[in-house]
Design a protein around this ligand. Structure first.
Ligand SMILES: [Zn+2]
Length: 329
């Protein structure tokens, strides 16, 4: 038969073995085999790539081997929980992040509410740098860093979010929180998230370990004091986006996730026109994107109604970091 002929042609030195094995090989329907495969068969170590199923079956016919690895299923397996909200575009997620406390006291770590679209699972906290979220959330995470103690036109900005029932994340300096506790409270009360942008805005990669810890600790203390103990997700936006393995590890050990961005309209530049910010964020940002902007920049605050309306017109909304990572409604 063709198989025998092919084996014979390729492996004349193995003619006798070929005869012995021909019947078994025919049963196994091997499409082709080279000298290496035949030598392996003789020595009982058959493992030729592409033929592993058939060759393994020669050793143990009764034990079928799966031909492909099942892909992990994102299909929800549990009934919706009581935390499911009525907002269809924003999925809920109640799974815990193992290494840090969350707002949800008794989450079902192994189940996912059905309101989460297929494929949306809470992003794990792995101690690296997070630059974007899950595109299936239909959420764009607008984030605002404070660079000093200045408030700028924060009131106008918050009004724009409140009028549209959208949220954002504010990465504030400890010195900003100390100076502006009333604004910290309003941000939190209106459903936004607050993360730390350090205490005094140094480049953390240029500090010693103890100083990095102090920058983190002092800022968090100030934010928590100002927010009257309201628990916030532990998020760090490092000043200048500067992070390295050491600062990431220090932050992670304190339970802080380092969040950067993947969209930067460069709103802090004087040369950036407001229209450009609206275009980059409102018209171009994609679901799952994390956008960096600045809390004190007037044109950013003034552009917020146009940005949020443009997102809404595309079926998107601004949400918090926890939302864009699929961890919270
Ligand atoms: Zn900054």
């Amino acid at each position: 038969m063709a198989l025998t002929g092919r084996l014979g042609r390729h492996c004349r030195g193995h003619a006798a073995v070929t005869l012995i094995l021909a019947a078994a090989l025919a049963l196994l329907a091997i499409q082709s085999a080279g000298c290496g495969a035949l030598d392996d068969l003789v020595s009982g170590q058959a493992r030729m790539a592409g033929h592993s199923v058939a060759l393994v079956a020669a050793d143990s016919v009764a034990a079928p081997v799966p031909t492909e690895t099942p892909t992990p299923s994102a299909t929800p397996t549990a009934a919706p929980t009581a935390t499911t909200t009525s907002t269809p575009t924003v999925p809920t997620a109640t799974a815990t992040v193992p290494t840090r406390p969350t707002d949800t006291p008794t989450p079902r770590a192994t189940s996912t509410p059905r309101s989460i679209p297929p494929g949306v699972t809470p992003a794990p906290f792995f101690g690296g740098i997070t630059t974007s979220g899950n595109p299936k959330t239909r959420v764009v995470a607008l984030t605002f860093d404070s660079e000093s103690a200045s408030v700028g036109k924060l009131g106008d900005m918050l009004d724009a979010f409140r009028q549209r029932d959208m949220q954002a994340t504010f990465f504030v300096l400890g010195i900003w929180a100390e100076r502006n506790p009333q604004w910290v409270r309003r941000i939190v009360d209106e459903g936004h998230e607050i993360g730390t942008h350090s205490h005094t805005h140094p480049d953390l990669t240029k500090l010693g370990d103890a100083q990095v810890l102090a920058e983190l600790g002092r800022s968090v203390e100030a934010i928590e004091r100002a927010s009257a103990g309201r628990r916030m997700p532990r998020l760090l936006r490092p000043p200048f986006g500067a992070a390295n393995r050491r600062t990431l590890d220090i932050a992670a050990k304190q339970g802080y996730e380092t969040i950067k961005w993947n969209v930067d309209p460069e709103d802090w530049r004087d040369s950036t026109p407001a229209e450009s910010i609206v275009r980059t964020v409102g018209q171009k940002a994609q679901p799952g994107d994390i956008v960096v902007m600045h809390l004190h920049v007037s044109k950013t605050a003034e552009s917020m109604p146009a940005i949020l309306d443009a997102l809404q017109a595309r079926g998107l909304r601004s949400g918090t970091i926890s939302q864009v990572l699929g961890r919270k409604p």
